[in-house]
Design a protein around this ligand. Structure first.
Ligand code: MN
Length: 412
């Protein structure tokens, strides 16, 4: 009977991610966050040793930047050495973040590290108990983009029990924006490959079961856009079936939390409610983006006067020294918009001008000074369209609150 194999499939470790935009965290938490991609790597090593896997696959974007830091590279080498001691090989390909062209090889990797150095698909053979068993196919990005469909280059090797394809890329969407080794699902399904180890998409997904075509997602979220658990797949392959088990590796989780506060009349009640809700959450290091729903008029005015922020500050202060801290990074309120904008515009030339200005914002012009500021620009991140819309709506709500107060019913 053919031996079964057990391995870890991970991708997108993004070691040394800078966590731009999160520097408002208290220093000690920010340091933990900056260290989190390395903590996830540590968790990966421990899992591999505990599960006694045959090998580990890392499918691209191991490093966040093409010009990697000595610190990040040394941390990775130390991790590899730990696995070398217990004879666990690592198969590594580079992706669009850590592509080959910008890399300088100044480090010697331990002998258990097998790197796909070419932008052409190559095969490396894994042997178990002296017998060649698995053909592992892969390539690395030589530049930031790979426009070709690479799937034609994957050719199964005769005489091996298992074939694995490592592919950092995404499903073809259109002809214009496919920079990342675009493929069709059918390209992968029709090859004689037993397991497709994908990378690049940070949200984990099993695209197909037979053969298994899998994105493990990244190992540590980098922002609230990547909420929830993050980790890798532990894969057990035999001739009959593929068993996939997700294993969390993240050190810090990003989460959204929505709390209905319709029973709260005052801020002290809000404090009690939030305190209870936070206490009921799973005890783990997490960065929470909070939304309050069912907010009454009194709380709305507290919100705009910055008083809810003080409640949050108080809750956060109590967390700071906890082992498993839960930090509320942002709070927003969700409420029905009460203002009839069309009516306001019609009745009041000033309001008409103000609301029209909100509709027509020149972002380039507005943010120019900030982007050109020598120190400020280091902390800036590009906003998505969604974020811009939200920012405009929040600003408009704030302006209207201050101009009209709570009782703007006469405009309805
Ligand atoms: Mn990535």
């Amino acid at each position: 009977m053919t031996e079964k194999i057990k391995f870890i499939h991970c991708a997108d470790l993004h070691l040394d991610s800078p966590f731009k935009g999160m520097s408002t965290l208290p220093d000690s938490l920010y340091q933990e966050l900056k260290n989190s991609t390395f903590a996830a790597l540590d968790n990966l090593v421990n899992l591999a040793i505990k599960e006694q896997v045959d090998f580990v696959l890392i499918v691209g974007d191991l490093f966040d930047q093409s010009v990697k830091s000595v610190y990040a590279e040394m941390q990775f080498i130390i991790a590899c050495q730990k696995l070398n001691k217990v004879n666990i090989p690592i198969y590594l390909s580079y992706g669009n973040h850590d592509y080959l062209e910008a890399r300088q090889h100044t480090f010697t990797y331990p002998e258990n590290v097998h790197i796909f150095e070419s932008d052409q698909v190559e095969v490396k053979v894994f042997s178990k108990n002296g017998h060649p068993l698995v053909g592992i196919h892969g390539f690395s990005y030589s530049e930031r983009a790979v426009l070709d469909n690479k799937t034609t280059e994957f050719q199964p090797v005769e005489g091996l029990a298992y074939q694995i394809g490592m592919l950092h890329g995404s499903i073809q969407q259109s002809t214009e924006h496919d920079y990342y080794a675009p493929f069709q699902l059918s390209d992968l399904q029709t090859k004689n490959i037993d397991y497709w180890a994908l990378g690049h998409i940070h949200k984990r997904a099993i695209l197909s079961r037979n053969p298994a075509i899998v994105y493990p997602g990244n190992t540590q979220s980098r922002s609230i856009k990547e909420s929830g658990e993050k980790g890798c797949y532990l894969v057990e392959l035999n001739q009959m079936e593929t068993k996939l088990t997700f294993k969390a590796l993240h050190a810090i989780q990003f989460d959204r939390l929505s709390v209905n506060v319709s029973d709260c009349q005052q801020v002290d009640q809000l404090y009690d409610l939030l305190y209870q809700r936070l206490s009921s959450l799973k005890k783990q290091k997490s960065i929470i983006f909070l939304t309050l729903t069912g907010v009454n008029q009194t709380l709305v005015s507290h919100y705009y006067q910055g008083e809810i922020d003080e409640i949050i500050m108080l809750l956060n202060e109590q967390q700071q020294d906890q082992e498993n801290w839960q930090w509320i990074q942002a709070v927003e309120i969700e409420r029905e918009r009460q203002v009839n904008e069309a009516r306001l515009k019609e009745n009041d030339p000033f309001m008409n001008q103000l609301l029209t200005d909100f509709e027509d914002i020149n972002w380039g012009q507005l943010s120019k000074d900030l982007w050109q500021h020598r120190q400020a620009k280091r902390f800036l991140v590009e906003l998505s369209e969604e974020e811009k819309i939200k920012l405009v709506n929040d600003a408009k709500d704030l302006a209207l609150y201050h101009l009209l107060g709570m009782n703007n019913d006469e405009n309805k």
